[in-house]
Ligand binder design. Structure first.
Ligand code: ATP
Ligand code: MG
Length: 245
């Protein structure tokens, strides 16, 4: 299958008073068309930094990535049109309603108004947030806000989704709604890269998992292969055996 996301030796170091943090230290992997790939790692492992680089929010020190056929350094505009990026920190305009928020973004993407109207209805229904569509975002709960951000991406309907902890702040039911929706999108052929530190979520959603620790990928495999390689039964045990070395 065609590779929709391909990272090539990406590095990003940050300097601080305490010294250099090797946030991303030479990461390469690829995500195939129609695949869900989970980047799984502990706090500070470099997940958000990696995803921000892919979303062209941040420039790598070296290395690059090809997304939907476009180089993140040479054709960032085309990359941006190809992806939906869910940032870890909320990028919501709090004075707007979810409906207005989605309209504005869809217009920036150049999607016709009638198409937006139809997709918005479908997505709000699927994520169960129709009843909040006219409430000011400021007044919504954290979980509903997360769903608004996600529905915004879905209305824009890009072929590649890059989601930084998509279930962050969601209760079990809301997380399930989002997870089911992601599986549906995968069936439709979308390519999805998520970051998470929830092992059950990675196990439930992902075709392949990349375990990241201290800026490096320590293992990439399907759950089954990881099980064989580590001799551990649960993903939690596998994860700990890989990151505690
Ligand atoms: N702008 C920045 N300036 C300095 N250091 C940074 C910056 N952004 C990230 N870092 C550092 O880089 C490392 C990786 O951070 P990153 O946010 O990518 O981790 P993460 O895997 O997303 O963690 P979490 O699970 O907590 O979200 C951390 O040590 C972090 O403190
Ligand atoms: Mg993060």
């Amino acid at each position: 299958m065609e590779s929709k996301i391909a990272l090539k030796e990406i590095k990003k170091y940050f300097s601080s008073k305490k010294g250099t943090v090797k946030a991303v230290d030479g990461i390469s992997f690829d995500v195939k068309e129609g695949e869900i790939f989970a980047l799984l790692g502990p706090n500070g492992a470099g997940k958000t930094t990696t995803l921000r680089i892919l979303a062209t929010v941040l420039k790598p020190d070296s290395g690059t990535a090809i997304i939907n056929g476009y180089d993140i350094l040479k054709e960032p505009e085309k990359v941006r049109k190809s992806i939906g990026f869910l940032p870890g920190d909320s990028g919501l305009y709090h004075r707007l309603t979810p409906s207005e928020f989605v309209d504005i973004f869809a217009e920036l993407y150049g999607i016709p108004k009638e198409v937006v109207k139809k997709r918005k209805k479908d997505v709000f229904e699927a994520l169960d947030i129709e009843r909040y569509s006219k409430t000011i975002i400021d007044k919504l709960s954290t979980g509903t806000r997360q769903k608004v951000l996600l529905s915004n991406l879905l209305v824009c309907d890009p072929p590649v989704l890059i989601l930084d902890e998509p279930a962050q702040g969601l209760d079990v039911l809301a997380a399930k709604t989002v997870e089911e929706y992601l599986l549906k999108l995968k069936k439709e052929g979308k390519t999805i890269l998520i970051s998470t530190h929830i092992m059950e979520q990675a196990e439930y959603l992902a075709d392949r998992i990349g375990i990241i620790n201290e800026g490096k990928i320590v293992e990439i495999a399907t759950i089954e292969k990881m099980r064989e390689a580590t001799g551990k039964k649960t993903l939690r045990e596998m994860f700990l055996s890989l990151v505690e070395k």
